[in-house]
Design a protein around this ligand. Sequence first.
Ligand code: FMN
Length: 207
Amino acid sequence: MTLSAKEVEELKHAPVVEGVLPVFHRRWSPRSFADREVTPGDLMKVFEAARWAASSYNEQPWRFLVGTRGSEAYRKIFEALIPFNQMWAKTAPVLILGVAKTQFSHNDAPNRVALYDLGAAASYLTLQAAALGLATHQMGGFSGDAARKAFGIPENFELGAVIALGYLGEPAALGNEQVVAQEVAPRTRKALGEFVFSAWETPAELG
Ligand SMILES: Cc1cc2nc3c(=O)[nH]c(=O)nc-3n(C[C@H](O)[C@H](O)[C@H](O)COP(=O)(O)O)c2cc1C
């Protein structure tokens, strides 16, 4: 017997910190997705959130290739995933591939922060999804070459990550014992002092 989807959802929520938007603590990355479609309206909303991320020179270098289950785009993204990710991501009703243009459009100079900007937009997307009661799971485990070839992505675009999107499913449905154990394990994070510094590796005094 493992935890139910409802129980695991409670467990994965990080402790509330007064004044911090609850959605930051509620987003987490499940691997089990329910057999329930995402409405076109909700899909639009997650991209609308991504749209308003900040970016260097307002380049908005992100591009998202989106596939809903049964579509050609879904198949192309799914086939690029490594086998471990395919094992669980097959239950997600939506797969999204994020890519970033690595040249500025105004002068063709290299955009060294293109992936940074894509990551910011992807974060907005995942948080908006959480606010809508949707789950996301980002993946770096995929073949960039396969995805590039399948979609004809030009050389001046860098591959970011794939995002599985859908509703949380039952942990037990994952089948694999180790994956189920990860699904129901508490989330962990570094303490603030380990990554917020006032000098190199010296924790900043906060509050
Ligand atoms: C860029 C990126 C790549 C990731 N790649 C994978 C992946 O290939 N497979 C996987 O199962 N999880 C992947 N993850 C999920 C992380 O393991 C997960 O976000 C992390 O353990 C923190 O858990 P949380 O998102 O539930 O807070 C990835 C996450 C990010 C942001």
